[in-house]
Design a protein around this ligand. Structure first.
Ligand SMILES: Cc1cc2nc3c(=O)[nH]c(=O)nc-3n(C[C@H](O)[C@H](O)[C@H](O)COP(=O)(O)OP(=O)(O)OC[C@H]3O[C@@H](n4cnc5c(N)ncnc54)[C@H](O)[C@@H]3O)c2cc1C
Length: 599
């Protein structure tokens, strides 16, 4: 089946027109990230992922992992590919240059992460979790911790993990019971069990740096009493030399629906008296440290929707040009036609293509907002930071829900072969299924959007975003007849979003349960409309490039048609979710649990 091709051209187009790359490269922080350099970096990184990561994807799915009391054995091909990844230095692309990183913007890193995840979603979990640990230590680590741990994480020689989940503490992290007892010498002894820890144990790196949430003796209950600790697999000297094994081990790994070669570990801390840990940040401030990296971690999971969606789309498109069935409607050939000529298959392909582009644009915009909040000062920085905050739950949840639909549609394009593993498309569908669950389930994201983010600046942030959307309608109106229906549909979408936003905010004030009952469909509307806005902006940019005489008319014209399809056929679906938003909580509780079980 078709090999994965990194969509470098579309990523660069999106970075230029949606990701404000030109503006970013004018800031001091990102002066080195000029469009030419970024193009060269993404070309090279995309090639690397195509040639090194992608060929190991199906192998990992088939071979899986081997657990023993000594550790977890990953496929040999993973070890080889990861070694090349470290050698090439890709781990540090967005990391702090002071500690060996390349300091590129999150928006550029998001595109690189998309290529990496699409090439091999299971293997990418290792660098993905390491990125989270890097960000946490960059922000909260002491100088000494940065020298000792950060440098090795940024090279990728060591990997990182995030240890939040425990059997009784999933979405409700405040129920964490892992304990950390101070030893009086600046260290702590950590004891407890963490479950579902991605790459908690493996054989691809020399050391694993676990970031572990734990509770000090006498800590207040709930999230206010949680602290964060570095617990290395092997003890580390001041010069980063590796010493004795710490008292932490992987006692088993899970057997999963997808990402078979990403070890999901049950980690036991302190079976022999306590694992040595080092406090990160202040005591009882562990959740603050977690929140620091939450925006990029959640964007990273949203990326999985665009990445696996695109990988599946590429396979489906190739298959639709090889598989012959049925006669072409209106054609005169007696031969069976390629299935791509059938209207229903075309519809599926356009559905996938338009959503992949919309997801990519949302991710890039969200990440660029984060970049601008870091690169600018004062009110401008604050305003971009607010937009990043607002959009993050939408990026995480909408992109992963849509990613499921896109990978499912790709299976459908294959017909029966889609259900057969040999086609490879089923793996993308299975691998995708975890993304709406981890890093805060999509239900929790919807609650975050409705309960915390809409209230930012008393609703001012969401209103500002809708004003930006409205400004695009004016541009579409001015762009002539061919953009008229896009303008109409986008305006209708904004009106719908505005209407349900007011409803959620008003009813949420009266009774939070009402707003929470409609939170998930509300987030859906938010995603559909924001996606439509960003597609319209891309269409306008494509038109402008064509008018300026660009020679790449095939790509640019396809971009406009794809945006038109989204505007005419996908955007109107936002209105269909309104009844679900406003349905309220009462009907959900008009049956009790026993009645739900009655047949
Ligand atoms: C493959 C895999 C890898 C993972 N990797 C990691 C990792 O590296 N590190 C780590 O710490 N964890 C990891 N996790 C754990 C993951 O983050 C959790 O599974 C996830 O946060 C959900 O927690 P839970 O499974 O306990 O589900 P629960 O919290 O029990 O949720 C069950 C259902 O109830 C809903 N729900 C829960 N609370 C509420 C509420 N208050 N209001 C409304 N609905 C609610 C949820 O949305 C969900 O639908 C991983 C999990 C898997 C499967």
């Amino acid at each position: 089946m078709a090999d994965y091709r990194a969509p470098v051209k579309d990523a660069l187009f999106t970075l230029r027109h949606i990701g404000m790359l030109e503006d970013l490269s004018k800031t001091e922080r990102y002066a080195h990230a000029d469009p030419e350099t970024v193009a060269a970096v993404l070309e090279e990184q995309g090639r690397f992922m195509q040639e090194v990561f992608a060929p190991t994807n199906a192998i990992g799915d088939r071979v899986g992992l081997k657990w023993s009391p000594d550790g977890v054995e990953t496929p040999a091909e993973f070890r080889a590919a990861y070694a090349k990844f470290v050698e090439a230095g890709w781990q540090g692309l967005n990391a702090d240059p002071e500690y060996g990183g390349a300091g590129f913007p999150e928006s550029v890193f998001a595109c690189a992460s998309e290529f990496e995840t699409a090439a091999n979603g299971a293997l990418t979990m290792a660098p993905g979790l390491t990125t989270g640990a890097i960000e946490c230590l960059q922000h909260w680590g002491t100088e000494e911790q940065k020298e000792v741990y950060l440098r090795k994480l940024i090279t990728g020689e060591w990997t990182g993990t995030m240890n939040l989940t425990e059997p009784q503490a999933g979405s409700d992290v405040g129920l964490c019971t892992t304990r950390a007892v101070p030893q009086g010498d600046g260290t702590y002894l950590v004891t407890g069990t963490k479950i579902f820890i991605s790459f908690g144990e493996h054989d691809m790196a020399d050391n694993i740096i676990h970031l572990v949430l734990a509770r000090l003796p006498e800590a207040p209950p709930g999230t206010k009493g949680i602290s964060l600790f570095i617990v290395p697999k092997f003890m580390v000297g001041d010069d980063s030399s590796i010493g004795e094994r710490n008292d932490v081990r992987c006692v088993s790994i899970e057997h999963k629906m997808g990402i078979h070669a990403s070890p999901t570990c049950v980690m036991s801390y302190g079976d022999d008296g306590g694992a040595v840990g080092y406090l990160v940040g202040e005591e009882n401030q562990g959740m603050r440290a977690m929140f620091t990296m939450m925006n990029s971690a959640r964007i990273a999971v949203g990326i999985q929707g665009a990445a696996l969606g695109d990988a599946a789309y590429q396979k489906a498109l190739a298959y639709s040009q090889e598989r012959r069935q049925g006669r072409e409607i209106g054609g005169d050939s007696k031969e069976p036609a390629f299935i791509i000529s059938h209207p229903d298959v075309r519809r599926m392909l356009l559905f996938m293509r338009s959503h992949v582009e919309a997801m990519r644009a949302l991710i890039v915009y969200n990440a660029a907002a984060l970049d601008l909040s870091r690169a600018l000062d004062g009110d401008e920085a604050t305003a971009w930071g607010e937009i990043a905050e607002l959009l993050t739950p939408v990026t995480k949840a909408w992109c992963t829900d849509v990613g499921m639909e896109v990978t499912s549609t790709a299976v459908q394009v294959f017909g029966g072969m889609g259900y057969i593993e040999e086609s490879g498309v089923a793996q993308h569908y299975r691998d995708m299924r975890i993304a709406p669950i981890y890093e805060g389930t999509n239900g929790i994201q919807a609650m975050d959007l409705v309960g915390r983010k809409l209230g930012l600046r008393m609703g001012g942030v969401v209103n500002d975003l809708m004003d930006r959307m409205t400004a695009t309608v004016a541009e579409l109106d001015a762009a002539g007849e061919s953009f008229a229906s896009m303008a109409t549909e986008l305006q209708a979408g904004i009106d719908t979003l505005s209407d349900v936003t007011s409803w959620i905010m008003t009813s949420g004030l009266a009774d939070p349960k009402e707003a929470l009952a409609g939170a998930t469909p509300y987030l859906r509307i938010f995603g559909i409309v924001t996606g439509g806005w960003l597609m319209a902006r891309q269409a306008l940019a494509a038109r402008a490039e064509l008018d300026a005489g660009s020679s790449d008319s095939a790509y640019l014209e396809a971009k406009i048609v794809t945006a038109r399809f989204y505007a005419d056929q996908q955007l109107p679906q936002a209105a269909g979710w309104v009844a679900s938003v406003k349905g309220g909580a009462a009907v959900l509780y008009d049956v009790d649990a026993d009645q739900l079980a009655s047949v």
